[in-house]
Design a binder for this molecule. Structure first.
Ligand code: SAH
Ligand code: SF4
Ligand code: F3S
Length: 472
């Protein structure tokens, strides 16, 4: 048994990162049995879940979306805010009942919550029916732990800086759009954030390994690739190879993947070189997610973000100028400890100045082990809730305004699914990452089509496929 240790997780030593190619496990042991997987959190977890699906499928499991039908339940968890935590423990209550009628049910917890001491302590004492707890650094071993699952609980969480594993397999959710990890972990240590502790040190994959994966995806007909990392523009800084994110982006663009995206960009590492590459290649999509977190330079300093409000604005304007049709979205936290009315006003001001195309907004949630969680906070929750409400009204106003710019315009949409809102329609994203529900046949799924926008709402667009009538 290896329990997590937050103090260890905080350390960054000069230990060399191991780049190891693993051989996926294959066994028919669970043929005919079913797994149920629930994913919380960010795109990293969504993509890790694609890896989990490949791991358990190679043990013989088939997927079910009905919990009661399953022989293996996996909760791939997120630790970013307290509510993510509460949802998982709520769900474990449901699983406990199921296990009473199905004693051979295997229950596994993976993801960022596994990396927290408080969580594993609680699971040990209050949730003994959980068979396996495995952390983010050794997820590739999940198959081994499932094969050996016993009545006693197995907790295997490493709090080391982490390594890089190649040869991972993925059962991808989409046949058209794929995630590709370019790096793991984060070294930024923003004072409110748990990610550097749950995901370990920043570890970049070698460029040739990433390009090999991308080339395979292109050859299998993928139309879109999103490069993934907590901090993609810091790519390569931890390697001694002499290349950076701009170099990688250019090489990936040259594979001729029709659409190339990347998340998340930290304003601090955003270089002109990178911006020039984005502007140069039409297959790099004109969309950038650039979290600001706060509009108050005082709060940004306390958050450890390493830029001021003015520096953010300068970068923002430079991006807008270099890529004229770009859409920029952001993340904003309200209610950081002792955020004053004036600080909050600074945040509203910057939203008014930048007029973001969209924003994810959050109330600050103290995370045990982070420096910000030690600050005595005098601001009552009701005040924070009121600020979030005000901020959301403003953010939604600008999202709508941004969407309205597309009214009656022709856009290119990669159609990926049947629309969730209306089963007679299909849906997909524009180049600027706007969701569109489209009147078009289902046979267009998997194609990039021309669409005319007929209606704009705050969170999506409506459109119809444009038909070109040839003049005879
Ligand atoms: N690496 C990305 C963010 C990953 S987490 C970046 O630095 O931009 C996604 C978002 O969750 C963050 O941008 C932040 O807005 C929010 N977040 C992180 N920790 C939080 C906390 N303790 N409370 C509330 N929101 C938080
Ligand atoms: Fe968290 Fe900051 Fe790293 Fe983003 S950059 S994952 S907010 S520590
Ligand atoms: Fe959550 Fe871990 Fe992602 S904490 S947001 S799943 S990196």
């Amino acid at each position: 048994m290896h329990l997590p240790n937050l103090k260890e997780a905080q350390k960054r030593t000069n230990k060399e990162v191991k780049h190891e190619t693993i051989k996926p496990l294959k066994s028919p042991k669970f043929q005919g049995q079913k797994f149920f997987l629930r994913t919380y959190g960010c795109q990293m977890n969504v993509h890790d879940s694609e890896n989990i699906k490949a791991i358990v499928s190679s043990l013989g499991f088939d997927e079910t979306t009905t919990l009661e039908e399953s022989d293996l339940v996996i909760l791939n968890t997120c630790a970013i805010r307290e509510n993510a935590h509460d949802k998982v423990f709520g769900y474990l209550g449901r699983i406990k009942h199921l296990k009473e009628t199905k004693p051979n049910l295997i229950v596994a917890i993976t993801g960022c919550m596994s990396q927290l001491e408080s969580v594993t302590n609680l699971i040990k004492t209050k949730y003994p029916f959980v068979n396996i707890v495995i952390g983010t650094h050794n997820l590739h071993l999940l198959g081994n732990f499932i094969l050996e699952a016993q009545k006693e609980q197995t907790i295997e969480v490493c709090s080391t800086e982490g390594d890089v594993y190649e040869g991972l397999e993925y059962n991808r959710d989409s046949k058209y759009s794929a995630w590709v990890n370019i790096m793991y972990g984060c070294d930024k240590f923003c004072t409110y954030c748990i990610v550097p502790y749950t995901r370990g040190k920043q570890r970049s994959r070698y460029m040739q390994d990433i390009l090999e994966e991308v080339n395979n995806l292109v050859a299998s007909g993928y139309l879109e690739i999103t490069l993934l990392g907590q901090n993609v523009n810091a790519y390569g800084k931890d390697l001694a190879e002499g290349y950076d994110f701009a170099d990688l982006l250019e090489k990936v663009a040259q594979t001729n993947i029709p659409r190339l995206r990347f998340v998340t960009s930290h304003p601090w590492d955003f270089t002109d070189k990178m911006l020039n590459v984005i502007a140069k290649y039409p297959n790099i999509m004109p969309y950038i997610h650039l979290p600001i977190q706060s509009g108050s330079s005082k709060i940004l300093k306390l958050m450890g973000r390493r830029y001021t409000k003015e520096e953010y604005l300068e970068l923002f304007n430079k991006i807008k100028k270099t890529i004229p049709n770009v859409c920029i979205t952001t993340d904003i936290i309200v209610g950081f400890p002792n955020e004053t009315e004036e600080d909050f006003q600074d945040t509203l001001d910057i939203v008014n100045t930048c007029q973001f195309d969209g924003a994810f907004t959050f109330i600050y949630s103290p995370r045990e082990g982070t420096p910000a969680s030690l600050i005595k906070d005098e601001i009552p929750l009701e005040v924070k809730e009121e600020r979030l409400k005000k901020l959301n009204e403003l953010v939604n106003f600008y999202s709508l305004k941004s969407n309205q710019k597309f009214l009656n315009k022709k856009v290119k949409v990669l159609i990926t699914d049947v629309s969730e809102k209306d089963a007679t329609k299909v849906c997909g994203y524009t180049e600027e990452f706007k969701l569109v529900n489209v009147e078009a046949p289902k046979s267009d799924i998997g194609k990039i089509i021309d669409v005319e926008i007929t209606d704009a709402k705050s969170f999506s667009l409506d459109g119809k496929k444009t038909i070109f009538i040839k003049n005879s």
